[in-house]
Design a protein around this ligand. Structure first.
Ligand code: CAA
Length: 240
């Protein structure tokens, strides 16, 4: 029977590529989105992937949304916690609101997405948690104290979940994308983006599909013994 995968932030950018790759592998895919109804409807029309709207930063909203997905598609076997935002500012200009918004979505959002599905995975003896972290959680980034804190936090989450889930057939891993050609990176001022690309030995931004293929592998049965690991996909920009 086909497995069910939940991809948060799954209708745009890296998330959309992940949703499509998992669908191509035969999963029933549910993609969540936060705001843009029109874009989500278009994504569903183009891909046949169902979209669900909720705020990953809100626990009750996430719990209710996940219950609806499970009712419609079946128990969730694979969670890809991908939803994320940036609110970049040098630290001396960063507001408490910018800090909190990023923490709520990127970090608490992972808790809110994984916690409701965890008991079912434990009972069924199978699960895949894949968190989309970032190169900037590994190396830090000017103007991203908030974002880098959440992305480093993701690595603590998967290393802890891996130890709790291993005996129950659940793996928890992270993918750390480098700079990928998405709206998020295109929003960086052009001059800054050019200077970033100059720091990437591959000489280019990554493609969303290059991250999606890492996720599809981590979700597969072949990856059962890979647990608590991080796959970096950054064109040789940074090594841990
Ligand atoms: N390193 C060192 N100094 C830097 C710098 C850097 N990377 N970037 C900017 N600066 C300096 C500037 O030269 C400037 O210096 P001066 O004051 O001496 O001129 C100062 O810092 C910035 O001052 P501004 O008043 O211009 O800053 P601002 O308030 O307008 O903020 C910014 C601009 C938000 C920092 C903007 O430059 C920016 O967005 N930078 C990109 C940050 C970034 O890389 N974000 C990653 C987004 S993609 C992503 O997050 C996905 C992923 O996972 C990889």
């Amino acid at each position: 029977m086909a497995r069910t995968a939940l991809v948060t932030g799954g209708s745009r950018g890296i998330g959309a590529a992940i949703s499509k790759a998992l669908k191509a592998e035969g999963y029933n895919v549910a993609a969540t989105y936060a705001g843009n109804n029109e874009a989500a409807a278009q994504f569903t029309e183009e891909t046949g992937i169902k979209t669900y709207k909720w705020n990953v930063g809100d626990y009750e909203d996430s719990k209710a949304g996940i219950a609806k997905v499970e009712e419609e598609l079946g128990p969730i076997d694979v969670v890809v916690a991908n939803a994320g935002i940036t609110r970049d500012a040098p630290f001396h200009k960063m507001t408490p609101e910018q800090w909190q918004q990023v923490i709520d979505t990127n970090l608490t959002g992972v808790f809110n997405t994984v916690h409701p599905v965890w008991p079912g995975m434990r009972e069924r003896g199978f699960g895949r948690i894949i968190v989309i972290s970032s190169i900037n959680g590994q190396k830090g980034q000017f103007a991203q104290v908030n974002y880098a804190a959440t992305k480093a936090g993701d690595l603590g989450i998967i290393k802890s979940l891996a130890q709790e889930g291993a005996a129950k057939g659940i793996t928890a891993n992270a993918v750390c994308p480098g700079y990928i050609a998405t709206e998020m990176v295109m929003a960086v001022p052009e001059k800054v983006r050019e200077s970033i690309i100059a720091q990437i030995p591959a000489g280019r931004l990554g493609e969303p599909e290059e991250i999606a293929r890492c996720v599809a592998f981590l979700a597969s049965d072949d990856a059962q013994f890979i647990n608590g690991s991080t796959i970096s996909a950054n064109g040789a920009q940074f090594f841990v």
